[in-house]
Every structure is written in structure tokens, then in C-alpha cells.
Design a protein around this ligand. Structure first.
Ligand code: ITT
Length: 201
């Protein structure tokens, strides 16, 4: 079974392919299939935007099973921003370094106890017959004061997950350690359980 990964973000594609190892499933990114799909993400929710991307990939691939992730960082002191605008927080095109600098500036006056945040991931899976499955995951933590670590992508170098005791950012752990605790890892485990129940592996 070929499943189209409805993303243009290679980091996400790698995380998803490592975490969802269903027997007989092969994940292919849009690029690997020679397809182009970059629909406007006009919804105001992660679920709405994930659905837009999954449906677009299902269509351009001629009806293949498709999986999209829409995700972002919600910072409490910023009333949930950057949220669904995480990729383009500092403007177009998406620039991780500029986004991190903008976040640090926005939180410059915030004391340590008020830098709480969470990553959110919503997955929409569309099967060949058009049936939809929605899965969600989060991870809580705090925003640091400077970038730390070389791994991961996006806001990872600024994000200290609570589960690491506030000592390491998500950019300072291996891909396996990140998947074990991350919003996307948790959403993928949710999706796996739902699909195992409905697709009868
Ligand atoms: P696609 O839409 O093509 O999948 P994208 O990167 O534009 O790729 P989103 O619209 O879902 O994806 O934006 C997600 C942004 O949220 C991403 O660019 C990062 O800035 C941030 N983000 C999401 N998951 C993250 C993670 O695991 N680590 C760090 N930052 C993350």
C-alpha cells in the first residue's frame, strides 16, 4: 500500500515514516512521486489545514491514501500564537531562524515561569475510498532564551519539553527520543491505534 505524505517539509516526512511502520505500507512524499501540491492553508485550525493538505494530495495522486500533518507551537504568554501561523510567523517564505528570533524577541521580558508552551500536531489520514481519520498529539514545555542544539527543525532549538526535566531542547535529542515524546509522535500513536481498530491488520 502506497501512502502519500502530503507535506513539503522533509523533516516531518522523515519523522512520520520512522514512527508509522505498518507492515506492507510504503510512504512516498509528494516530491518522490513527482507530484506538486501546495494548497493555501486558509483554515483557522490545525485540523482544517491538515484536511486541506490531505484532500489535495488524495486528488493530485489520483486517489491514493494520503496523510497530512498540520502542526505548530502555542505560547501561553502570546495567547496561543504563533499557532496555525507557526511556519510563517516571521513572514514568507518560511524561515526557521527568523521565526526563532521573532519568538525570542516577543518573550524577551517574560520571566522563566511564564514561558510555557506546547507543540500541537493534528494528522488527517484519507484512505483510498475517501474515508477520513483524524488524530491529535501535544507536548508541553517551556521556551528557552537562546537556540540550543543542532537536531530537529523549526522551534526545536528553543523548546524544552517538561518530560526532559527542562534540561534539553528537542534539538538536543535523537530522532528516536523526539518521536517517543513529541506532539507528532503522540499523534502518530493515536492514528496507529485508530487505524488498527478500523483497518483490521
Ligand atoms: P507542510 O505544510 O508542507 O507539511 P510546513 O512546515 O509548512 O510543511 P505547517 O504548516 O504544519 O507545516 O507548519 C508547521 C510549523 O510549526 C513548522 O514550520 C515549524 O515552524 C513548527 N513545528 C511543527 N512541528 C514542529 C516540530 O516537531 N519541531 C519544531 N517546530 C515544529
Amino acid at each position: 500500500k502506497t501512502v502519500v505524505l502530503a507535506t513539503n517539509n522533509a523533516h516531518k516526512a522523515a519523522e512520520i515514516a520512522t514512527a508509522l511502520d505498518f507492515p506492507g505500507w510504503e510512504f512516498r512524499t509528494l516530491r518522490e512521486l513527482g507530484l506538486e501540491s501546495d494548497p493555501e492553508e486558509l483554515a483557522d485550525s490545525f485540523e482544517g489545514n491538515a484536511r486541506i493538505k490531505a484532500r489535495a494530495a488524495h486528488e493530485v495522486s489520483g486517489g491514493l491514501a494520503s496523510l497530512a500533518d498540520d502542526s505548530g507551537l502555542e505560547v501561553d504568554a502570546l495567547d496561543g500564537a504563533p499557532g496555525v501561523r507557526s511556519a510563517r510567523f516571521a513572514g514568507e517564505p518560511c524561515d526557521d531562524f527568523a521565526n526563532n528570533q521573532k519568538l525570542l524577541a516577543a518573550l524577551a521580558d517574560m520571566p522563566d515561569g511564564e514561558r510555557t508552551a506546547r507543540f500541537v500536531s493534528t494528522l488527517v489520514f484519507i484512505n483510498e475510498d475517501g474515508t477520513e481519520t483524524v488524530a491529535r498529539g501535544t507536548i508541553g514545555g517551556c521556551i528557552g532564551r537562546e537556540e540550543q542544539g543542532e537536531g530537529g527543525f523549526g522551534y526545536d532549538p528553543l523548546f524544552f519539553p517538561d518530560v526532559f526535566g527542562g534540561k534539553r531542547t528537542l534539538a538536543e535529542v535523537s530522532q528516536g527520543e523526539k518521536n517517543a515524546v513529541s506532539h507528532r509522535g503522540n499523534a502518530l500513536r493515536d492514528l496507529r491505534e485508530q487505524l488498527e481498530a478500523s483497518l483490521h491488520f
